[in-house]
Design a protein around this ligand. Structure first.
Ligand code: FMN
Length: 210
């Protein structure tokens, strides 16, 4: 891969920005399905593939906002996000990882999950979901769409599960709002904060000189 190719992956990664307002143009279901399919081609611990997606459009999008936002609420962020023709609800399952790591190839001493505490440096069901989300968001950007990832407030998650028939073991990772990019002006932390300097964020060999 040529990292300087203006149409290549490096340029795509650098130009991706969260989009918080969308045009009224529809996005065909097949296009959304193709993007979400790429979200399935990500690494996952033990190849558990514990991330799941629930795709909402039209009246389902309205229903989502009804159960996840205060009645009558309006603010620039919410008004912008409500213009998204598609919402991709992303879910993960701790239980799926517990089951996977009880399988014979993963349950050898020191490798499996035999205690109460999950045995990894970080809960892998969340790690894997983040990888999946980024694939979808990058694929959306590559195909000229816009996307924004946001979380469902914890106190609203049961109502969302209830409305859309999501099993209780599914944990809400968040939502990818998707559509054709509208004019959202300067919005979001990414426009207010500087990117950290490379030398601050990346250390070579040792964190600090002693
Ligand atoms: C875990 C996570 C949660 C986020 N939650 C929100 C959110 O609730 N609302 C929002 O508008 N953007 C949200 N964002 C987007 C970030 O604000 C954005 O990625 C960041 O400001 C950098 O901007 P950029 O992605 O446009 O480069 C979230 C991003 C991540 C990774």
């Amino acid at each position: 891969m040529n990292l300087s190719d203006p149409d290549g992956l490096a340029a795509l990664i650098r130009r991706r920005r969260m989009v918080r307002r969308f045009t009224a143009d529809p996005v065909p279901a097949a296009e959304v399905a193709a993007l979400v399919d790429l979200g399935r081609y990500t690494p996952s611990a033990g190849f558990t593939q514990g991330t799941s997606f629930l795709l909402l459009s039209d009246a389902q999008v309205d229903a989502f906002w009804t159960v996840s936002a205060e009645p009558g609420a309006s603010n620039p962020w919410l008004d912008g996000m409500r213009t998204a023709p598609w919402l991709i609800l992303v879910w993960t399952s701790e239980q799926a990882y517990r089951q996977r790591y009880a399988e014979p190839d993963k349950s050898a001493p020191g490798r499996g999950w035999d205690g109460e505490e999950q045995p990894w440096s970080a809960p892998y069901w969340w790690v894997d979901a983040g990888m999946a989300v980024q694939n979808v968001v990058l694929a959306a950007t590559a195909s000229g769409l816009g996307a924004c990832f946001f979380g469902i407030p914890p106190q609203r998650q049961d109502a969302v599960r209830e409305r859309f028939g999501v099993p209780a073991q599914q944990l809400s990772v968040g939502v990818i709002a998707l559509g054709r990019p509208g004019d959202d002006g300067p919005s979001g932390s990414g426009r207010r904060r500087e990117r950290r300097a490379y030398a601050d964020q990346v250390r070579l060999g040792q964190w600090e000189n002693r």
